[in-house]
Write a protein that binds this ligand. Structure first.
Ligand SMILES: Cc1cc2nc3c(=O)[nH]c(=O)nc-3n(C[C@H](O)[C@H](O)[C@H](O)COP(=O)(O)O)c2cc1C
Length: 178
């Protein structure tokens, strides 16, 4: 059961929620039946321009990037441990090759409250986000150059999106009790 959570009441382990928990990042439009999703484990929550924001990074070859670029928003959804296999599947298969990958993963898209991109009935946490900024990581701008060798041997530098958190719905474990 999910209920609404104000950003200041959002209870998350900042350095584990992406890295160990993973999110499903979905761009597109639920009502137009035009959307795609991919697993992400890099990103973070914070404050920019006086707003609660989330940042995600997406490599240029991801099919989901087209949907993120075409729309104004996206969702980030987290699931219970029993969906780890589904998220692994969604993070290893591209919607370009497997157009019905969301259904194959056993997930049921549903409308979001504030954005066009869908949420999922199975999600234990849904974060609805409106894009504020899209940027591109560039090799020349890395202060720590070893990251280029380590993370970008193919030169596929991430695009990044900073997005305003418009709505959060989650199970009680995501809600501060004080
Ligand atoms: C655990 C995990 C985390 C991932 N994190 C990211 C990420 O943060 N950014 C990214 O571009 N790709 C990431 N990926 C890879 C994409 O999810 C994967 O390439 C996916 O198949 C892309 O799907 P698409 O082509 O349908 O968009 C991750 C994959 C896994 C399994």
């Amino acid at each position: 059961m999910r209920s609404s959570i104000a950003p200041e009441k959002f209870n998350a382990d900042s350095f584990r929620i992406f890295d160990k928990g993973w999110f499903l990042l979905t761009g597109g439009d639920f009502y137009r039946k035009s959307f795609n999703a991919m697993t992400v484990s890099w990103g973070g929550f914070g404050t920019m321009w006086g707003k609660p924001v989330v940042t995600v990074v997406v490599r240029p070859q991801r099919h989901t990037l087209k949907f993120l670029d075409a729309g104004e928003d996206f969702t980030l959804c987290a699931f219970g441990e029993e969906f780890k296999e589904a998220l692994t599947f969604l993070g290893r298969n591209s919607g370009r090759d497997v157009p019905d990958k969301i259904a194959k993963a056993g997930l049921t898209p549903m409308r979001s409250d504030e954005v066009a991109a869908p949420a999922y009935t199975e999600a234990e946490l849904v974060i609805e986000c409106r894009k504020l900024y899209r940027g591109e990581l560039k090799g020349k701008d890395f202060c720590e150059k070893s990251l280029i060798r380590e993370c970008y041997p193919d030169g596929d530098f991430h695009y990044f999106f900073v997005a305003e958190v418009k709505a959060i719905t989650g199970s009680d474990k995501y809600k501060k009790q004080f």
